[in-house]
Write a protein that binds this ligand. Structure first.
Ligand SMILES: CC(C)(COP(=O)(O)OP(=O)(O)OC[C@H]1O[C@@H](n2cnc3c(N)ncnc32)[C@H](O)[C@@H]1OP(=O)(O)O)[C@@H](O)C(=O)NCCC(=O)NCCS
Length: 378
């Protein structure tokens, strides 16, 4: 009988030493490389934030310009990859398509010498540069539309919207998408980041590690919550129904999507930034029933759950913002994946810098000394 105790889900058990990001769940702090998320959301772009995550320092203007040029050069995808994308089953979820396409990107990419930091950097650019185009291209193909070639003049956020809609985004749309990417870029040792590091530790390539992370993010307990927040707001069916709907959820002990967090016991700092973006967007474009319902739900949920340390998380407002930008609901989680690729690759680089194969233990609960019985006697 083992005397070891299991911590289900490895909750709170350190899986690595990392200098990439930091969370204080009691105080509601999230920082990338020491920079608080609200400061980055206000002042930084996704490209600058990615540079920070990968290099542990903010770039100067020349460094940022050079980085953007390198990333832009990776937007264009090989034709054989686009041919494969066109052949994917159209009824599948875009996250499944993304996972397959990132793995396939590895099949058409040069082999990376993992010991060479320049090669690791080039591979990181190739993975990140492809993400917005792959997501947008699958959406267009399944809608029976032509794939749109990326525009090297546009940012990652701008290109995603351009390749998705075939229209150049205006300043507010691009800024909001860019800020959402900054907010979702990194979040310490969550399930998908852990899975990325586990795959990386076998010394496979970044395409396989990020593809594994995309698969891990897909689940409703991780990246899938933003889709479900939107369905929930639609189900509530209007501001006047919020209180009775919430009371019924509490009576049934059902989870309310978009609130609560396993680490934050106060309002998720990213939710403040997204709420500001939502306000800016709805002030500029006019409010909707969904937005009004969300505001009402936030108010009542604070009364019911606030004292238990259960507050809105990042997903509470992200779905409403994406919906207002005209993005299909099942593309919300791929946007999360696009953003988080910056963080996953920072972890891939860190893991490769000082690699040790993951090989956890287990607590065996099965039989010992079982007796073999020939099949005809069972
Ligand atoms: C993320 C989540 C799994 C964390 O759950 P957790 O670790 O149990 O959170 P806590 O320990 O702070 O929960 C404290 C209490 O509030 C309850 N609670 C937490 N989140 C809740 C929610 N969204 N709706 C209703 N009750 C909730 C818990 O069940 C627990 O109740 P108990 O004390 O009676 O057992 C949970 O909040 C959740 O499922 N949220 C909805 C899904 C979501 O938005 N996910 C995205 C996260 S970024």
């Amino acid at each position: 009988m083992s005397t070891q105790k299991l911590t289900p889900g490895l909750a709170g058990i350190p899986a690595a030493e990392s200098s990439i990001s930091f969370i204080d769940g009691q105080e509601g702090i999230l920082a990338y490389r020491g920079h608080k998320i609200e400061v980055l959301a206000e002042n930084s772009t996704f490209e600058e934030t990615t540079y920070l995550l990968w290099n542990a320092a903010l770039p100067n203007q020349a460094e940022l310009d050079a980085f953007k040029k390198e990333l832009t050069a990776c937007y264009a995808l090989p034709e054989e990859l686009l041919t494969a994308l066109r052949a994917l089953p159209k009824g599948g979820h875009p996250m499944a398509a993304l996972q397959a396409m990132v793995a396939m990107l590895g099949m058409v990419s040069p082999k990376c010498d993992l010991k060479d930091s320049a090669a690791r950097h080039q591979t990181s650019l190739r993975v990140l540069g492809a993400m917005p185009i792959l997501i947008a291209a699958f959406e267009r193909v399944r809608a029976g539309k032509e794939i749109i070639a990326p525009d090297p003049e546009l940012s990652v956020a701008g290109n995603f919207l351009w390749c998705l809609n075939g229209e150049k985004p205006d300043a507010i749309e691009e800024r909001i998408m860019d800020c959402a990417l900054v907010l979702h870029a990194e979040h310490t040792m969550n399930a998908s980041t852990f899975s990325c590091r586990v795959v990386a530790s076998t010394e496979t390539d970044a395409y396989t590690a990020v593809s594994g992370a995309v698969g891990t993010l897909y689940g409703p307990l991780h990246g899938g919550a933003n889709e479900r927040v939107l369905h929930q707001l639609e189900t509530i069916g209007g501001v006047d129904n919020v209180k009775s709907w919430l009371d019924a959820q509490v009576a049934k002990k059902s989870k309310v999507m978009g609130i609560g967090h396993s680490v934050y016991k106060t309002k998720d700092p990213r939710a403040y930034a997204l709420q500001n973006l939502a306000r800016e967007l709805f002030d500029a474009r006019g409010t909707t029933d969904l937005y009004a319902t969300a505001l009402e739900l936030e108010k009542h949920a604070a009364e019911v759950f606030g004292a238990r340390g259960v507050w809105p998380n990042v997903d509470f407002f992200s779905g409403i913002v994406y919906e207002k930008l005209g993005i299909p609901t099942d593309v919300f989680t791929p946007i999360f994946a696009l953003a988080r690729t910056a963080g996953w690759l920072a972890h891939w680089r860190e893991q490769m810098g000082d690699n040790k194969l993951f090989r956890p233990g287990q607590i065996y609960t099965g039989a010992h000394d079982a007796t073999w019985v020939p099949i005809e006697e069972r």
